[in-house]
Design a protein around this ligand. Structure first.
Ligand code: MG
Length: 284
């Protein structure tokens, strides 16, 4: 009984100490009034397009793609034939989901086995290759930025099984004279495994040239490569990434303890009245 009373007394003292110190802490505020993030309704599974996604292929047709008629569609999948295909809609910063499968029947080796690719803005290839027990140069295997970086891991499923790519891409930005201002970046998750972590693009991917930045428009198409192999595609959708926006209403500040609460707020309101609100944007 005595021990229990001692324990209760100690706990009460700790609770009082925490409460007193919490009351004294001055919460920090950014001074920015943020717009409410838009509500995006997810589906029952993470691979199904959320409410604001633009569906580029749902298994029925390739109407959203230039030269889509060149590819074969059968049993809800699209198979490269004759040429690359290019999305009619152009995108800037984006989140891209697509699913692909290497041919079940293994043919060829190295770069000649299950080769395709996703070209962001038509310039930057995220490699698609059957990299399941198929050695090739590392900056050319599945999940590489072709000839710029190997992926962080090999997360391939067996030929004939489905692989999931989730890509986050920020476009490069160029100055008026064509010099690079801000390089583009690619993040890639394959089958739940991180393969590219905000990789800084060096320029368009190229088979014969060293990468170097080349100016282009602020938006561009997504293209899928035809490399002669019967890679299968399904469930392709995009979400456009928009910056978060707010307006600065004053400098950052700490909320004062209750007894002094009214004074600093009045000061901030004064400053707000004197200075025009500054727009604040953040992206990735
Ligand atoms: Mg390729």
């Amino acid at each position: 009984m005595f021990l229990r009373n001692c324990l209760q007394t100690s706990l009460s003292a700790i609770a009082l100490f925490v409460a007193e110190n919490s009351a004294a802490a001055q919460e920090w505020k950014s001074g920015v009034e943020w717009q409410e993030p838009p509500r995006v309704t997810p589906q029952a599974t993470n691979d199904a397009p959320p409410s604001d996604a633009i569906v580029l292929f749902d298994g029925t047709n390739l109407d959203q793609w230039d030269d889509g008629a060149n590819w074969l569609i059968a049993d809800g999948v699209a198979i490269p034939q004759k040429s690359q295909i290019m999305s009619k809609q152009h995108f800037g910063d984006l989140q891209l989901h697509l699913e692909w499968s290497s041919p079940t029947e293994i043919r060829g080796a190295g770069q000649g086995r299950g080769n395709s690719g996703v070209f962001l803005m038509g310039h930057y290839e995220v490699q698609i290759l059957d990299s399941f027990e198929n050695p090739t140069y590392f900056d050319g295997q599945a999940g590489s930025i072709y000839k710029q970086t190997p992926p962080l891991a090999n997360a391939m499923r067996k030929p004939g099984e489905w692989n999931y790519y989730d890509i986050v891409f920020t476009v490069p930005k160029f100055k008026g004279n064509g010099d690079i201002d801000q390089p583009g970046h690619v993040t890639l998750i394959q089958n739940g495994v991180l393969l590219l972590n905000h990789f800084e693009l060096m320029g368009p991917t190229n088979f014969v040239e060293a990468p170097h930045h080349q100016p282009h428009a602020e938006t561009g198409p997504i293209s899928l490569q035809f490399h002669g192999d019967a890679v299968r595609f399904r469930n392709i959708w995009v979400r456009e990434i928009k910056p978060t926006i707010g307006h600065r209403t004053g400098p950052p500040f700490n909320i004062q303890p209750k007894k002094e609460e009214s004074k600093p707020e009045a000061t901030d309101e004064k400053k707000d009245a004197e200075e025009p609100a500054e727009e604040v944007k953040t992206s990735l």
